[in-house]
Design a protein around this ligand. Structure first.
Ligand code: SF4
Ligand code: SF4
Length: 63
């Protein structure tokens, strides 16, 4: 079974950093202050980032 992973639409990400704070695995970093990037190696698909992103630009889906 494929693991669910988090994906960021970086074109609408506002780089607020909320996702980096709620992720229990520290799997998200903000690149150059511009957009969030998920490290798929560490993401466990918990959806905390998706639920808390104020811009609605994170989707957790089958990787
Ligand atoms: S919470 Fe959403 S808008 Fe904020 S940095 Fe993360 S992906 Fe971007
Ligand atoms: S789904 Fe969970 S583990 Fe994966 S990036 Fe989002 S908060 Fe982190």
């Amino acid at each position: 079974m494929a693991m669910k992973k988090s994906y960021v639409d970086k074109t609408i990400c506002v780089a607020c950093g909320v996702c980096t704070k709620v992720c229990p695995k520290q799997a998200i970093i903000i690149i150059k202050g511009c957009y969030a990037k998920v490290d798929a190696e560490h993401c466990v698909g918990c959806r905390k980032c998706e639920k808390n992103c104020p811009a609605g630009c994170i989707e957790v889906r089958e990787g």
